[in-house]
Design a protein around this ligand. Structure first.
Ligand code: SF4
Length: 334
């Protein structure tokens, strides 16, 4: 790689190359995507412009499935680092480009593999079920991966007396303990975005909008989940708002999903659940590191590319395959 490009990536996490402001980025990205047989996968929490240019928009599970089945030569992953890793693990022959290598995840970072390995060794008779929002290092230390859509079925599929460690999200783990009646040992990790919602402000909003339904992601704290009308993965929340007959929703997850909700139900009102302070903390700062300019540069120069150790990929693949196998048996996927 050109040493100037390498230096820019090393320093910034992305290619810091000026883009002509008069350029029509939508058509240029589209041209490059076709020329290079590339696919752009974007998470629901990406900014609206990125969602609009993406070939596919989804949550972690949907994106993983798309990455696994694509026949494109290049995957541009507009999400965060662990999601791009999952794409590479599932489809290692593809070139996976990451617009900004520093787009991390507070939840994934809250579970470093070395510390988790030591924690796991203190519970030798437990198996490890990990939420897909974790690094490849944690996946490699896990027996089964789950997503917020299939976690309950995965846990229900295990023998009742099987001891389980759940990582990395303590809120999702506590919610799963409650709905499955298990007593899983929880790793003490959390997502900075889902932990910030203010119960007090949401309660006040509900009083002002008595007909509004509160819909929440299970990564939220228990106090918020307790007053929610519906709890589900990002895709489940979106689907709920399409089918449900209410007109107003208070949405307790990353605010980027509102773009798709409004697009699908333009006649309905969506209110982003307020955080515990006055900043825009209901937006994930990691997800929002990606921009159209970064996507254009990364497609043009085919950098930064995610390179992963082959053995790590293989070890991280096994628990994902277990998840797919159980999900198939439970009829959750074809
Ligand atoms: S919203 Fe939370 S879990 Fe999702 S990428 Fe951001 S920090 Fe990670």
């Amino acid at each position: 790689m050109d040493s100037v490009l390498a230096e820019s990536i090393e320093k910034n996490g992305f290619l810091d190359i000026d883009v002509d402001p008069s350029m029509d980025l939508f058509s240029e990205v589209d041209k490059l995507r076709k020329e290079k047989n590339a696919i752009i996968l974007a998470h629901y929490y990406q900014e609206p412009d990125i969602q609009d240019i993406a070939d596919y928009i989804g949550d972690s599970l949907g994106l993983a499935e798309k990455a696994a089945e694509t026949d494109a030569d290049i995957i541009v992953f507009a999400g965060v680092h662990f999601m791009a890793e999952t794409a590479k693990i599932l489809n290692p022959s593809k070139k996976v480009l990451v617009p900004d290598m520093k787009a991390g995840c507070s939840l994934s970072d809250s579970c470093p593999p070395a510390l988790f390995g030591a924690f796991k060794s203190k519970h030798p008779d437990h198996i490890v079920v990990s939420y897909i929002n974790c690094s490849a290092g944690i996946k490699a230390l896990s027996d089964i991966i789950c997503t917020s859509s299939n976690a309950r079925s995965i846990i229900d599929s295990l023998p009742a007396d099987q001891k389980i460690i759940f990582a990395p999200d303590k809120n999702l783990g506590a919610y799963l303990n409650k709905v499955t009646g298990r007593n899983m040992v929880l790793w003490n990790g959390a997502c900075m975005v889902h932990e910030i919602f203010s119960l007090e402000k949401i309660t006040r909003l509900k009083q002002r909008h008595p007909d509004a339904k509160l819909i929440a992601h299970p990564e939220c704290e228990d106090a918020v989940l307790q007053i929610a009308d519906f709890i589900g993965s990002t895709t489940a929340l979106l689907n709920y708002t399409k089918k449900d007959n209410s007109n107003t929703y208070i949405v307790a997850t990353e605010a980027g999903i509102l773009h798709k909700m409004i697009e699908a139900s333009p006649h309905k009102t969506f209110i982003a659940a307020p955080p515990d302070n006055s900043c825009a903390c209901n937006e994930c700062p990691h997800m929002k590191r990606n921009t159209l300019e970064k996507i254009y540069n990364c497609l043009r120069y085919e950098q930064p590319e995610l390179i992963m150790d082959e053995d790590l990929c293989l070890a991280a693949r096994r628990p994902i395959d277990r998840m797919m196998e159980i999900s198939r048996k439970a009829g959750l996927i074809a």
